[in-house]
Design a protein. Structure first.
Length: 1038
């Protein structure tokens, strides 16, 4: 029996080996295989063919000597006639038939092998079907069936009629695989003839085309396979490494009659198409010269999305988060999310005034949040469309992060309540790398959203670019194959096929919690936008498009012809919706003011007051009671699990933490522990994500302990701090910045009551996520009145490590800060907090662990949310001087935006000849140098912990404290980088241009740091010498 179980793979290996080693095309091998010697030239014995032949010989001699399943099989394959006499005597003239049977069998096995190549070997054993059962064995044998079935399943999409225009093949290739039976003569590929068409064949268990029948004629088999795989739906799923999943898809599409719709369903579909199409028509009529990125040519997207939502709601989903680009977005807002039409229409009025602060955004970028009853399922559903920039696909990871957070807060670990849908354009889906980065998050435990339904509006053009010039993959959807997502291509002019596919996609997501792609192969009726002339560049395509009958008309005609609706009913449906639009249009004229607040995609109930303003303009002190510090320090130095063996090096680190706790001091890692731990105690969820963050790139954090003896046994002491504390998530991410930062931004969008941090491995690498920083983090609130408290931890510092691994590019962040460099501020009582409220983000470079501790806590204690950019240290993590005392962290203490000089110089300010302002790590170099030059009384050092918004008030005070001192800005970065360009005009403003601020630091350069260690040290020496050369600026003017 075990021999039977091995049969397919063993035979397959032989066949494949034969093909590969000889380089013989399959077709020629196929004819050679009729000679047994040629079939097994390497002399392999004991293979499947011998086994089958042995079976067959035995059966020829005596049909009862083999299992009845073999008997049945040989009888059927032999034309229902026993090949032996009833007495068991062989019939010699049947010998030719016998070789033919074996030959067919071998061909089949090679194809089965080709099929099996798509599966991991281990899955053969995990297959639920018991292949060792002799009853099952023959089902593997009727090769033609498996062959056609397998080939069509793999290749049917190549010939499916997916393009409504019929001019481009959806896979950019008109090739029809020769092993698909498109004409009778193709039967010869399998050595079959027309006469075989009416023979009955047993169906294998790997197909569902038979429905309740276990055998069909070859003619019917081909017909059914064609109707499943080669019509308006093209399926790609055979790359999926899971037998059960493949079977599930086959069943959904192969089972006869699956695509039946009740007349009620058809009428709903028609009504949805009416809305989709008439909405665009209405906008086109009223605002013919306005850009709206209409959906014409893919109107079916509206019923498609609605089907996914209905079906998901039916299966228990209560919250759907959508991300989508420009195309059809207004239509989705109107007809899927159900935004009031007048709110949409009024946006076309150029005189509409903005009521909110901020610069706002164009109408087809705004987001939306809406709770309502799903009319089909009668269940509550919350729909949100996430606001996005023009940057195509950038919103994908943001949507996923928000979805993950919503699932997390609801305890929906399996994604049964919350899901995401991502809509893509074909060119962007294929071209934008963030799509790939987002797919790679889809199955990671701390990033999975348990499956996303992707819908591609594949209008076969990207602006003016032909897809043949826009991608190297056959389909725009091929990127999804990396995560084994099934891909359902569907002709968008066949609304029923679309609806069916969408419903299966929703079910797939619910069943397997994996991504799935629906590729709506459609066209774009107009230019890229309504002002564009597409005939300049796509003349032939657009000639065809101009003749294309709109999908609504086609479908209405079909339903009228089959009697599902009458023409009058159809016309009434249209008139009804047109009336709705007209009435809303009338109301929209009354709107004079636009409230972007009404377009918020992520409201935070209770966080702001009823007007959406912060409840106060104060921030409480960020220090915490000493016993809390001590408790966190104690847990941070312990292993809370029993029998847990940690690495000896780690034991040393924990002992050092215990020692620091006893001595009431903290280093950087312990300060971070204290900040996170105390927030967890206060019910604030903390999530830290990024590359290698669990240990920390610099091996300082160690938030996840690993048992040295038990594989994958880990412990996160931070989650053992207090009973009832908020959960802490720390997760190593995939090696992506764009995708992961976008994800965390989305995560932080979901709730104000969480500290969400993303750490770059080194600050340099944040620039591969620049789009998230520019389009969402620095500008998000201005565009969408949406707060976000994400924290970026960017390791930064010139330490001789080369042009990369040195600079997190502070200048870039500062250049985007919106505080006015030239306006002398009004110092109100709440200046510190209101300045934070007015800025677009906060940029800090902490010089002490306590400072880091406070700024993290302040991030949550503020009555509003702002992104926080922290340049974090590398060498300071272990610097003996870079420690803070508990005294700087206990109750009553707070974040100090500026740490003033408090040493010798502070005691005799009149004698101070130079006041050096600096930020971050260079402070320690300056302190050391000052002391070695004996200048402690003559040079004061003041640190800016918060660089932006600029602490005008404190800088003014500090400069006033040392009236006779020359003012210097010192930085270790090159002059055209770092902070100088930002601080310089602000110093001028606050000093009234009465005193210069001299620059000391590295000279301008192209690269952020040298690759030569010696050059690094020489330049350090040089600027330190200048910093303490009290005559350096003598005689210079400013
Ligand atoms: C990242 C990015 N690059 C370029 C553009 C400019 N752009 C806007 S739409 C578009 C074509 C998009 O084509 P496709 O993804 O197929 O969507 P369609 O407009 O056809 O619906 C381009 C290149 C953009 N918006 N974003």
């Amino acid at each position: 029996m075990s021999q039977l179980r091995l049969l397919p793979s063993r035979l397959g290996a032989q066949a494949t080996g034969l093909l590969a080693t000889r380089g013989i095309p399959r077709r020629s091998w196929r004819s050679r295989s009729s000679e047994p010697s040629a079939a097994f030239p390497n002399g392999t014995s004991g293979g499947g063919s011998s086994y089958v032949e042995a079976m067959y010989s035995a059966w020829l001699e005596n049909p009862q000597s083999v299992h009845q399943s073999w008997d049945s099989f040989f009888r059927k394959a032999g034309g229902e006639t026993p090949l032996a006499t009833p007495e068991g005597r062989p019939v010699p003239s049947r010998r030719t038939k016998a070789s033919k049977l074996v030959e067919d069998h071998l061909a089949v096995q090679s194809l089965i092998r080709a099929y099996q190549l798509k599966h991991k070997p281990s899955e053969l054993t995990s297959c639920s079907r018991d292949c060792s059962s002799p009853l099952q064995a023959p089902l593997l044998l009727p090769g033609c069936l498996v062959t056609f079935g397998g080939r069509n399943q793999i290749r049917g999409h190549h010939v499916a009629q997916l393009d409504p225009l019929g001019i481009l093949d959806a896979d950019l290739d008109s090739f029809v695989p020769s092993d698909l039976i498109t004409t009778i003569d193709k039967l010869a590929f399998y050595d079959l003839q027309e006469a075989d068409l009416d023979k009955e064949f047993q169906l294998p268990t790997t197909t569902f085309i038979g429905g309740s029948e276990s055998s069909l004629s070859l003619r019917e088999i081909i017909r059914r396979l064609e109707s499943t795989y080669c019509q308006h739906i093209g399926l790609e799923f055979m790359f999926i490494n899971d037998v059960e999943q493949c079977q599930w898809i086959r069943q959904k599409f192969e089972t006869p009659g699956v695509m039946q719709f009740s007349s009620e369903e058809k009428r709903t579909l028609l009504a949805r198409l009416v809305r989709s199409m008439r909405f665009e028509d209405f906008l086109a009529r009223k605002w013919s010269s306005e850009k709206r990125f209409g959906l014409e040519g893919c109107e079916v997207m509206i019923p498609a999305l609605k089907t996914i939502i209905d079906k998901s709601s039916e299966m228990g989903i209560e919250n759907v988060i959508l991300g989508m680009p420009h195309r059809g977005r207004l239509n989705v807002l109107a007809n899927v999310i159900r935004k009031d039409l007048e709110q949409i229409f009024c946006q076309f009025d150029p005189k509409l005034e903005a009521a909110d602060e901020g610069s706002g955004d164009v109408k087809y970028h705004l987001g939306m949040y809406h709770e309502r009853i799903n009319r089909v399922t009668n269940r509550n559903i919350t729909l949100s469309l996430v606001a996005n920039p023009s940057h195509l696909e950038a919103v994908d990871p943001v949507v996923q992060g928000k979805t993950k957070a919503e699932q997390f807060y609801r305890g929906d670990a399996q994604g049964k309540k919350v899901m995401s849908i991502l809509v893509h354009g074909d060119a962007a889906f294929a071209g934008q790398g963030v799509v790939y980065e987002t797919f790679h998050l889809s199955d990671l435990p701390s990033y999975t959203t348990n499956g996303t339904v992707h819908v591609v509006v594949n209008n076969q053009i990207g602006f003016t670019t032909d897809p043949r010039m826009a991608r190297s993959s056959p389909y725009p959807t091929d990127v999804a194959r990396v995560v084994n997502a099934p891909i359902f291509h569907v002709n968008a002019d066949d609304p029923e096929a679309v609806i069916y596919v969408c419903s299966v996609a929703a079910e797939w997501r619910n069943t397997f919690n994996k991504d799935v792609v629906v590729d709506l192969v459609c066209y774009r009726r107009r230019g890229h936008n309504e002002m564009d002339e597409p005939m300049f560049t796509q003349p032939l395509m657009y000639k065809q498009i101009h003749q294309q009958v709109p999908v609504l008309k086609k479908y209405a005609d079909k339903l009228i012809t089959e009697g599902t609706v009458t023409l009058q009913e159809f016309e009434e449906e249209i008139a009804k919706y047109d009336r709705i639009c007209e009435e809303a249009y009338g109301r929209s004229k009354d709107k004079k003011i636009l409230h972007i607040k009404h377009w918020l995609d992520s409201p935070w109930p209770g966080f702001f007051n009823v007007d959406g303003e912060p409840k106060s303009m104060t921030c409480p002190p960020t220090g915490i009671p000493e016993d809390v510090l001590t408790h966190i320090g104690t847990v941070a130095s312990s292993v809370p699990l029993e029998d847990f063996k940690i690495h000896t090096g780690l034991s040393r680190i924990l002992r050092a933490r215990a020692d620091m706790t006893r001595k009431r001091t903290v280093d950087w890692a312990l300060a971070e522990y204290m900040a996170f731990g105390s927030l967890l105690k206060e019910g604030i969820h903390v999530r830290l994500s990024g590359q290698d963050v669990e240990r920390g790139t610099f091996s300082h954090r160690h938030h996840v302990l690993h048992d040295q003896e038990v594989d994958r046994r880990t412990c996160v002491p931070m989650n053992h701090l207090w009973p009832g504390q908020a959960p802490y998530t720390v997760c190593n991410s995939s090696l992506s910045e764009y995708g992961v930062l976008g994800f965390e931004l989305g995560y932080a969008m979901a709730s104000p009551n969480a500290l969400v941090l993303w750490e770059a491995q080194f600050g340099d690498f944040h620039n591969t996520a620049q789009c998230i920083i520019d389009q969402f983090i620095s500008t998000g609130q201005a565009k969408w009145v949406r707060h976000n408290g994400i924290v970026l931890l960017l390791p930064h510092g010139m330490e001789g490590m080369g042009p990369e691994h040195s600079s997190a590019r502070p200048e870039r962040f500062l250049q985007m800060s919106n505080d006015d460099s030239d306006a002398y501020p009004v110092f109100t009582e709440d200046f510190e907090v209101s300045q934070l409220y007015d800025c677009n983000w906060i940029v800090v470079n902490c010089s002490t662990p306590a400072s880091y501790f406070h700024v993290l806590r302040r991030q949550i204690l503020l009555p509003f949310r702002k992104p926080l950019i922290i340049f974090t240290p590398k060498s300071l993590l272990r610097h003996p001087e870079a420690k803070s005392s508990f005294d700087q962290m206990v109750s009553g203490t707070s974040f100090q935006r500026v740490i003033p000089e408090d040493g010798v110089a502070a005691r005799t300010p009149g004698q101070v000849r130079r006041l050096i302002f600096c930020t971050g790590k260079v402070y320690y170099d300056l302190v050391k140098e000052r002391s070695s030059q004996g200048l402690d009384g003559q040079v004061a050092l003041t640190r800016l912990e918060q660089i932006s918004p600029f602490p005008f008030d404190l800088i003014e005070q500090e400069a006033a404290r040392f009236p006779g001192a020359e003012l210097v800005w010192c930085q270790e970065e090159h002059k055209n980088m770092g902070y100088y360009d930002y601080i310089s005009p602000r110093f001028m403003t606050i000093l009234g241009r009465t005193r210069p601020i001299w620059y000391v630091g590295r000279e301008p350069a192209a690269a952020p740091a040298t690759g030569n260690r010696n050059t690094h040290l020489v330049s350090l020496r040089k600027f330190l010498d200048t910093a303490f050369d009290l005559r350096a600026f003598e005689g210079k003017t400013f």
